[in-house]
Design a protein around this ligand. Structure first.
Ligand SMILES: O=C(O)CCC(=O)C(=O)O
Length: 410
């Protein structure tokens, strides 16, 4: 593949719809003029300014500050659109700065810019896939310049999982019912309509992910250079919990290949919009077409939950129905009905009001006296199993082994 910078720029610009214009709304006039100037130089390949990278970085810094001011939902859409456009422009300028062929380092920087644009920007109406397509194209180019590793790296699952299973068996609770490939009608009438959780077995055998994903080399090859958000620390309600952006390669090396006991969780992230090949490996469960109150069923929100042994999602509830599908690894789920909400002591601050103060694995009975009244439902989710978690049902999730789950919220 030719890595000459003019060819790469030409091929990237072909993805950029010429109808896009920069809107001034929500920008200060200096930033608007700088962005417009960079835009015109890039899109019309009329590179003149001495320091265009510096200029586009200033625009991105400004937009980044705006994105982090106030509540995320209140950030004007134009700011997020402009972040997408500026990330694209940065890619073109980085490449333009190369002497002749695009280097490995520049490809990596460009992919990072595309991913930050995907994570923080908003898709442009004219081409919703612009940055995802750019990242895919750049990743393929990079893969061809870097020496190819052809080794497979299959996950070694832990041997000591029997201990965890024994502990699970000792928990006093009712085991969640299970059904083997129930018909849509059975699922709807016996579980969905009554909002009763159920484990669904045998429903993922046709997913390509089941065979492909436990070879971690697949992720390295497909997405090693892609930037992903990782939660650091075992539990988001802990004080020392934080979030970090890193490449997929760094994530897999640190939390799967090394012997470190540190915990990093690629959690609640729509990896499938970012890396479309991964979406081809999964299938939306047909059960997600069930709807309450005859409302039209909507496309589910799909999220990835990829992490080492020991990740914990503390006891919380969500506003949507959920099917949590287990691709590899084993997870323990502890569920409580919304009827038990008071007995679980939700946090009082709004930000954490969907999270319980009680830790069901280590409850402080003196502080949370009514917790003993709450009825536990428990489930072990093994590879190929799905769990239906009805709206607002409280759930606490622990990975007993290295694990990848996909959630479908609707
Ligand atoms: O798997 C996990 O760690 C948590 C999943 C979850 O909370 C969800 O899908 O809503």
């Amino acid at each position: 593949m030719d890595n000459n910078k003019s060819i790469v720029i030409k091929q990237l610009l072909e993805k950029f719809p010429k109808s896009i214009t920069i809107k001034e709304n929500s920008l200060n006039s200096e930033v608007f003029i700088t962005l417009l100037n960079c835009f015109e130089q890039c899109i019309f390949e009329n590179f003149k300014t001495e320091l265009p990278i510096f200029e586009i970085n200033t625009v991105l810094d400004y937009l980044h500050d705006e994105l982090n001011t106030g509540h995320w939902s209140e950030v004007p859409l134009e700011i997020r659109h402009n972040f997408t456009i500026a990330s694209f422009i940065k890619i073109i300028l980085l490449i333009q700065d190369c002497e002749n062929d695009v280097t490995v380092e520049v490809f990596k920087e460009c992919i990072k810019s595309a991913d930050l644009g995907l994570l923080l920007g908003a898709p442009l109406e004219e081409n919703r896939e612009l940055l995802a397509e750019c990242a895919k194209y750049l990743h393929l180019k990079l893969r061809n310049v870097e020496s190819k590793q052809t080794v497979s790296f299959y996950l070694k699952h832990s041997n000591d999982i029997q201990n965890e299973k024994d502990l699970f068996n000792k928990l006093a609770g009712e085991i969640i019912e299970e059904e083997n490939i129930p018909s849509l009608e059975t699922f709807h009438n016996l579980y969905f309509e009554l909002q009763i959780p159920v484990k669904l077995k045998g429903c993922m055998t046709h997913w390509p992910a089941v065979n492909k994903w436990s070879n971690l080399h697949y992720f390295l090859d497909l997405a090693g250079t892609r930037t992903v958000p990782v939660e650091i620390g075992s539990n988001y309600a802990d004080e020392n919990w934080s979030q970090k952006l890193m490449t997929m390669r760094e994530f897999i090396s640190k939390y799967f290949i090394s012997d470190s006991k540190d915990i990093g969780y690629l959690a609640q992230h729509n990896l499938f919009n970012q890396i479309s090949e991964l979406k081809d490996d999964i299938r939306i469960p047909e059960y997600c077409c069930c709807s309450l109150n005859n409302r039209d069923a909507t496309e589910p929100d799909i999220n990835a939950w990829f992490g080492p042994k020991g990740t914990v999602s503390p006891l919380h509830q969500d506003p949507k129905n959920n099917i949590l599908a287990q691709v590899f690894g084993v997870k323990q789920l502890l569920l409580y009905s919304p009827r038990d909400t008071e007995n679980l002591y939700p946090h009082e601050e709004t930000m954490l009001s969907n999270t319980a103060q009680v830790d069901p694995l280590n409850p402080d009975h003196a502080k949370f006296e009514n917790f003993k009244k709450a009825k536990l439902y428990k489930c072990l989710l093994e590879p190929g199993d799905m769990l239906f978690i009805p709206v607002k049902w409280w759930h606490h999730v622990t990975a007993l082994d290295k694990s990848f789950s996909v959630s479908f919220w609707w």
